[in-house]
Ligand binder design. Structure first.
Ligand code: ADP
Ligand code: MG
Length: 681
């Protein structure tokens, strides 16, 4: 097999220069890659429909005899049309082909074929449009469908794959060692490669698929671990003393057990390990990650180094800055804020103070990683809400010091199995305990007709001194067209429903300073109601807010809704989340009901992943993982299995460098060399 990765597809009969270029567009240059170019779907020809039973439009398979000569015609505009009629024991059906000059030579009058395709109705009745077909003598019922590109049809690819498979040697070297295959009931590579393209039946296909999916995830798993090993060989700045006990005295509350454990994990990493800390602190919204980060920063700073805390939005950075400033008010720690929207002179000053070391803790946005920012002796880099940052940005922040320790924090929109892979290069501490006296947020689903009732409810809460968020997704960030709508919504709210209650508005189009001013006023309880777009999604902390009302809830992903809901339930009062939606399809309803049923971020993340896939989940390829050929990040069962097998392989063979794993290592290199992983390092 490995030599086939060196053999160009041009070695196959019928693959000339033009074809080579077309294959290249699909990412296929070698015979080996072609064999690993798995079908994107299959046509099932095993269930044959008698022609008489075809009464409506749809895709089906018939077994029929060509009963008429082919008639060719050229349509206005140059389209080439071929028609014929076929029959079986029950009836006749017309077939239509477009721009296929060869079809008349390929179908013989009086011969029997399977035809598979879409039946549509026009004025003359039903006909099958551009079916794929094969002689009944072939005896193959499941047909592969490949991803195509201009000029390269699925049928052509199928032919090339057939030829490529003939080049496979009898004994194909298998990346998965035999004992492992035996232990997990996985079939051999040769069998699975043949069956994934041309399965004899559904069972053979499933067996092949399972083996190849598992293999790919094992390869991914081991590759991520290898990356972790690499980052482990660098040593971090020296931390000699633990100051987390002193830090706790600064807090207005006692840390939870889970927070304390997370802090201890970090301090232990920094003091005892020969390599730099590389830790993810994962905890649901409201679990108190900020205090954990602050404690770790404090220890690093008291040991004589600087710490940088990077947040994904300006609002969040400003809020953390305020929190830290208050927290460290009675200490020698100088806290600075560095965000893009600061005045130029202000930025200059903060940068100067970072460079000369007079600011020990800086909170900021991406402004922290621009070339202009330099540190005196950065010892710790913290990124908040990690899923908002690419792996590359994390690396950029680290490059601002000489091997600073790394702490990344994430709420939990990442399902466990996927998290293990994505954060496979990190150690993980989980904060699995909320601060005391928290009551779970009560979540309900309402239609727009019940909106007035919800407003009355908000009024009652406000009368008790509490506050409410109303989120409307009408104005997207960067979208100017709907600009008026968040404003309009608020205006109408104030005029019609809350003329006597102060209402603030915050959306993506406001200048940063304006946003901050509004948020600030809300935090100080000067506004009772805050109408907002999703700019408040991450991290904002106003414990007095007890209602989160979300308009057009169907437009949000579950994880996003969970983040929004996490803005309430932060104080001791019972909090509520009201999802408003008028467009309730069965699926939407089911989705939103998940929100009403659970407050568990992990469960919600799993559901979200099932329903939307990781692409949506992380935004544009934010997870920075390699592109998979057959496996699916949403397949948590296989993810779990692959994790186990990867453990097992390392247990049996001790080290990836073991000679028995040569082929497996080659597959790891292949996966990580393909495009899409360039943010890995
Ligand atoms: P997140 O994990 O979502 O970032 P935060 O760090 O913003 O959560 O904390 C949420 C709220 O809980 C804040 O108001 C914070 O002051 C408070 N908090 C954090 N830890 C504790 C604790 N141990 N006891 C009481 N309140 C706490
Ligand atoms: Mg937070």
């Amino acid at each position: 097999m490995s030599s086939l990765y060196q053999t160009s597809v041009s070695a196959l009969a019928g693959v000339g220069k033009k074809r080579v270029e077309q294959f290249e567009k699909l990412g296929v240059t070698t015979v080996g890659e072609l064999i690993r170019f798995y079908p994107r779907a299959y046509e099932d020809w095993s269930a044959v429909t008698p022609i008489a039973d075809i009464t409506e439009e749809g895709v089906c398979c018939i077994k029929a005899v060509v009963g008429a000569a082919m008639s060719n015609a050229v349509l206005p505009g140059g389209r080439f049309l071929t028609k014929t009629t076929v029959y079986d024991d029950t009836g006749t059906l017309g077939l239509v082909f477009f721009n296929n000059r060869y079809v008349s030579q390929m179908l013989a009058y009086g011969a029997e074929y399977f035809f598979y395709g879409k039946v549509t109705r026009d004025s003359r009745g039903l006909q099958m449009i551009a079916p794929t077909f094969a002689s009944v003598r072939g005896g193959v019922y499941i047909h592969p469908v490949y991803r195509t590109t201009a000029g390269l049809a699925s049928k052509t690819i199928e032919g090339a794959v057939q030829k490529a498979l003939r080049l496979l040697p009898e004994a194909v070297g298998d990346p998965l060692p035999e004992p492992i295959r035996k232990a997990y009931g996985l079939c051999g590579l040769r069998q699975s490669l043949c069956d994934i393209h041309f399965p004899s039946d559904a069972e053979a296909l499933e067996t092949a698929r399972r083996r190849l999916v598992t293999e790919e995830l094992v390869v991914l798993n081991l590759g991520m671990r290898a990356l972790r090993e690499r980052s482990r060989t660098r040593s971090g700045v020296k931390i000699r003393r633990d100051y987390s006990g002193d830090f706790e005295k600064l807090l207005p509350f006692r840390l939870t057990g889970a927070q304390r454990r997370a802090v201890a994990d970090c301090v232990n990493d920094m003091m005892c390990k020969t390599s730099q800390m590389n830790r993810l602190v994962q905890g649901d919204v409201g679990s108190g990650k900020t205090a954990v980060a602050a404690s770790v920063c404090y220890t690093v700073i008291c040991n004589g180094f600087q710490a940088a805390f990077m947040a994904p939005t300006e609002i969040l950075a400003a809020q953390h800055y305020e929190t830290f400033r208050r927290l460290f008010a009675d200490t020698d720690v100088n806290v600075g804020l560095l965000t893009g929207s600061l005045k130029e002179s202000e930025k200059k000053r903060v940068r100067r103070e970072l460079a000369d070391g007079s600011v020990q803790l800086v909170v900021g946005t991406h402004a922290l990683i621009t070339d202009k920012t330099a540190f005196c002796n950065l010892g710790l880099a913290v990124t908040d809400e990690q899923h908002r940052f690419g792996v590359a940005q994390r690396a950029k922040l680290l490059s601002k010091g000489e091997n600073p320790h790394l702490l990344v924090m994430s709420a939990t929109p990442i399902p466990r199995t996927l998290g293990l892979i994505i954060f496979g290069d990190l150690d993980i501490s989980v904060i699995d305990e909320l601060p005391p006296h928290r009551k779970p947020v009560r979540t309900v689903l309402r239609s727009g007709r019940q909106r007035d009732k919800v407003y009355q409810f908000i009024r009652a809460e406000a009368a008790q001194g509490r506050q409410a968020y109303i989120v409307c997704p009408l104005v997207e960030e960067g979208e100017t067209e709907g600009l008026a709508s968040a404003e309009e919504y608020a205006a109408e709210l104030m005029l019609r429903h809350f003329p006597d209650i102060p209402v603030g508005v915050v959306h993506g189009q406001l200048k940063s300073a304006e946003k901050d001013a509004v948020m600030d006023a809300f935090a100080k309880n000067e506004y009772k109601i805050l109408v907002a777009t999703t700019v408040i999604e991450v991290g904002v902390d106003v414990p007095n807010a007890s209602v989160m009302m979300i308009e057009n809830a169907e437009r949000f992903g579950l994880s996003q809704l969970h983040q929004l809901r996490g803005r309430v339930g932060r104080g001791e009062a019972q909090s509520y989340c009201v999802l408003i939606s008028d467009r309730l399809s069965a699926v939407t309803k089911q989705r939103l009901e998940v929100m009403c049923a659970t407050n568990d971020g992990f469960k919600i993340a799993d559901e979200d992943l099932k329903m939307r896939g990781p692409g949506d989940f992380f935004g544009e390829r934010q997870h920075g993982l390699p592109q998979l050929a057959i496996a699916d990040f949403a397949d948590t069962e296989s993810l779990g299995l692959s994790q186990k097998i990867a453990d097992d392989i390392l247990f049996r063979y001790h080290d990836l460098r073991n000679d028995e794993l040569n082929l497996l290592r080659a597959e790891i290199d292949r996966l990580f060399d393909r495009g899409g992983h360039n943010t890995m390092n």
